[in-house]
Write a protein that binds this ligand. Structure first.
Ligand code: NAP
Length: 483
């Protein structure tokens, strides 16, 4: 394992109505590799959540009236400031989330792009005219619809992308003219503190973004059940997504949940290159990515050489301190998670699976692990592993591979490697996922594309233009022309 590097964050507070404030008991934020405390932040009490929602509700009309060019300028300035502070943000992500620094830097770059596109989209929010006279009842009327901001957006984010998944909520909410209350994951709140400081410096009015921190079961539920909140945008686990739907009441809700990402490798693919890409897609951020590769279906004719290449690529991953430049795979978010996946792999072994490499744990670190001889009913195949564990599964014919890939409760993204155009179109037709990716891993995401799942993977879409649609209401206007 690679060695340790120091990191301390300094002071952090909640951000409510344009003020940095203290609140309830402090939450210690730890370096996920060394377990040292790197910062503290007060947790929100019920009255703090109430104050945050009140501030957002009071600011929402002001945001709704802000001209598009002004929203655009604030968003563009935010991305410029993020660029200036990119290394500080990347190191914060790396320390608090355990993400290898090289990937934390990519996350910062992506978030800069997310804000840049939001700045552009802020200028393109419009409706259209409707020919009301298409029916007799509409004759003599002029009709059009416009998009109006919803008002208060509650944004709840997970630990695995503490910046870009927050950006995917905050940037379109501002572009749409809303006010926001943000609750980041309790294990990774510090990156959100940095983002709020930047938004403040970029000129976002007080109350337009409010930051509350604390447990999902208290702070999160107070927030989502508040009747002043008009829209919930949530990324996280399916069980919490389901819970939110139960307590939210009548509100718009977007849910970005999990996946058991499948990849199908055809015999005509460049096996060595696919194997290398799959290794990054399976182990990056210790497999704690909603799109992490979990099931690789390889044609039986090439199964052996492909598995060899994949094994080699898996074993070449450098495991250790995420703040070390050389490291590819850091710790999991906590030891509890590493113990969980260790248990899942052991259970699979008892049921007949073979561990070709990995299966090793040291504290919160779990080594890249390749499984074979797995069965569809095993947890490592049917449930979201959310860990650096991938199974290689042989198939006899392409139709069967499509069937197995699609036999899941989830539906975020799936991918196929082939040069055969017939297979490509068949895969697009047969794979019921929010995204089908050809000749790239299912982890592929460019931040302005429509992104989201079906089945247990969620409701709604992110990607700036699509998130803006979800964060606005359509208002119809009909004008009787003759008086
Ligand atoms: P999580 O446990 O569901 O937590 C996500 C957020 O929800 C956290 O801020 C959490 O707060 C909060 N929360 C927990 N219980 C809540 C409740 N009852 N009401 C309101 N909020 C509540 O997920 P995670 O472990 O951070 O992230 C892993 C999951 O996210 C995986 O399933 C992964 O697939 C999914 N994910 C999906 C996408 C996507 O785009 N589809 C992207 C990334 C991750 P606390 O931190 O205080 O518990």
């Amino acid at each position: 394992m690679a060695t340790t590097t120091e990191f301390h964050f300094g002071e952090a507070q909640l951000f409510i109505a344009g003020h940095w404030v203290d609140a309830g008991p402090a939450l210690e934020v730890r370096n996920k590799y060394t377990n040292e405390t790197i910062g503290e932040i007060p947790t929100a009490r019920r009255e703090d959540v109430d104050a945050a929602v009140a501030a957002a509700a009071e600011t929402a009309p002001k945001m709704a009236q802000m001209p598009a060019y002004e929203k655009s300028e604030i968003l563009a300035r935010t991305s410029q400031l993020m660029r200036q502070r990119a290394e500080e943000i990347a190191r914060t992500i790396s320390a608090e989330a355990g993400k290898a620094l090289k990937f934390a830097r990519i996350e910062v770059d992506r978030a800069i792009g997310t804000f840049t596109i939001a700045a552009e989209e802020a200028k393109r929010i419009h409706g259209e005219t409707i020919p009301l006279d298409a029916l007799p009842a509409g004759a003599g009327y002029f009709g059009f619809w416009v998009r109006r901001p919803v008002g208060v957006v509650a944004a709840i984010s997970p630990f695995n992308f503490p910046l870009n998944l927050v950006a995917h909520k905050v940037a379109p909410a501002i572009a749409a003219g809303n006010a926001i209350v943000l609750k980041p994951a309790s294990s990774t709140p510090l990156t959100s503190v940095l983002l709020c400081r930047i938004l403040e410096e970029a000129g976002l009015p007080p109350g337009a973004i409010n930051l509350v921190v604390g447990s999902g079961s208290t702070v999160g539920e107070w927030l989502v059940s508040d009747r002043r909140v008009a829209k919930i945008t949530f990324t996280g686990s399916p069980s919490v997504g389901e819970r939110i739907l139960r307590v939210a009441g009548i509100k718009k809700v977007t849910l970005e949940l999990g996946n058991t990402s499948p990849v199908i490798v055809s015999p005509d693919a460049d096996l060595q290159s696919v194997a290398k890409r799959c290794a990054v897609g399976a182990y990056y951020n210790s497999g704690q990515v909603c799109l992490s590769i979990q099931r690789i279906y390889s044609d039986r004719h090439i199964h052996e050489p492909f598995t060899e290449f994949f094994l080699k690529a898996s074993e070449s991953m450098v495991v250790g301190d995420p703040l070390d430049e050389r490291v590819d795979v850091g710790p999991m978010i906590d030891e509890h998670e590493a113990v969980r996946i260790q248990g899942w792999v052991r259970e699979a072994q008892q049921e007949g699976a073979k561990v070709l490499t990995g299966g090793r744990r040291e504290g919160p670190v779990y080594w890249p692990t390749v499984l074979t001889d797995v069965a569809p009913g095993m947890k490592v195949v049917k449930d979201e592993v959310f860990a650096p564990v991938a199974s290689v599964i042989p198939y006899d014919d392409f139709e069967d591979a499509l069937r197995q890939a699609d036999a899941t409760e989830y539906g975020l993204q799936a991918s196929v490697f082939t040069r055969d155009i017939q297979r490509i179109f068949r895969a697009i037709e047969r794979l019921n996922f929010g995204g089908v990716i050809i000749n790239e891993t299912p982890t592929f995401r460019v931040d302005h594309m429509p992104y989201g799942g079906i089945r247990q993977s969620g409701i709604g879409r992110e990607g700036l233009r699509f998130a803006i649609e979800e964060m606005t209401n359509i208002q119809m206007v009909a004008i009787r022309m003759a008086t």
